[in-house]
Write a protein that binds this ligand. Structure first.
Ligand SMILES: [Fe+2]
Length: 304
């Protein structure tokens, strides 16, 4: 059995103890009750609208805000070219609320009991309009595994939550390739793809459930000239595997905090942010994003 086949069994505890509605081996979907979806939608809307109001110093309506204020959102400094939308001083309170609700979802689905650890959430706002930045060597529009960008866990958990569902995420399975070296951190996604000989499509992202995709799952952002899509994603490690062990760890590897520390957010712990939106703007205004992106939500927050 090669490493790609072995990866499927890592999720057996989840199969046994959670409401798995779709099982593609290395890509699984877990049902999330409507009440949690709607609470999460409200919290994420507040997070984005608060960011708009703080940065532009005026009021924004919540109705249809992803369409009405698309350009304003895309011009916010806390959003990276891959769509990661980071917490800053002005919106950290709303970010804490989003994490609190994500934690509730992890408990309600019983996922929390199957996991060794999970990372804090990245809220992502992806533009469905192709851009010249998509040509970058580590653009998420290129096929990749998140093991290549330095993740040590087993998989990414994502929830498609708001906006245009045609701005999607495509999941694929490697059917032929070098499974021994596949999970090492790579210089960029183009180098990673040299290990893949053949792959086949599994499916596209479906909204309103929790999708777990293993680091064996090749994936890419799909841009179909649609609008903005908002999703939440974070790395997870299962109790069964405790994450991928790399033989050549590079310094950009992403390590999870202790699971209890993450679960405390919104209860006994509130995260703080390290910079304001204006400071963030000053830092990135001359960045042409030619280097490999290695930003992570943890760079932007303090735990103390
Ligand atoms: Fe990815």
């Amino acid at each position: 059995m090669n490493n790609f086949e072995i990866r499927k069994s890592i999720y057996d505890d989840i199969r046994d103890n959670c409401n798995v509605i779709t099982d593609n081996g290395i890509q699984l979907e877990i049902n999330l009750e409507l009440q949690y979806i709607s609470t999460l939608k409200t919290a994420i809307t507040s997070y984005i609208v608060k960011t708009l109001e703080s940065y532009y110093e005026r009021m924004f309506e919540r109705e249809n805000f992803l369409v009405k204020y698309k350009d304003d959102i895309l011009n916010l400094p806390n959003r990276t070219p891959n769509g990661a939308f980071y917490p800053k001083v002005e919106n950290i309170k709303q970010y804490n609320t989003v994490q609190k609700i994500v934690n509730i979802c992890m408990g309600e689905t019983n996922l929390v009991n199957q996991l060794e650890s999970f990372d804090v959430s990245t809220i992502r706002i992806v533009d469905g309009t192709p851009s010249e930045l998509d040509d970058r060597m580590s653009s998420t529009t290129k096929l990749h595994s998140d093991a290549w960008s330095g993740h040590n866990g087993d998989a990414i958990l994502t929830i498609g939550i708001l906006g245009d569902e045609t701005t999607s995420l495509e999941f694929n399975e490697v059917t032929e390739g070098d499974s021994d070296l596949f999970f090492e951190t790579q210089q960029d996604y183009v180098s990673g793809m040299k290990m893949v000989k053949k792959y086949k499509k599994i499916k596209n992202l479906e909204f309103n459930n929790m999708t777990i995709f293993d680091h064996a799952c090749l994936h890419r952002t799909l841009k179909n000239n649609g609008g903005l899509r908002v999703s939440v994603d974070f790395g997870i490690s299962t109790k069964k595997s405790k994450g991928i062990r790399k033989t050549k760890p590079l310094d950009k590897n992403v390590v999870h905090k202790d699971i209890q520390e993450v679960l405390n957010i919104g209860h006994t712990k509130e995260l703080t942010a390290t910079e304001t939106l204006k400071q963030c703007y000053e830092r990135i205004k001359n960045d042409n994003y030619t280097s490999v992106p290695n930003a992570h939500v943890s760079d932007n927050i303090e735990w103390s």
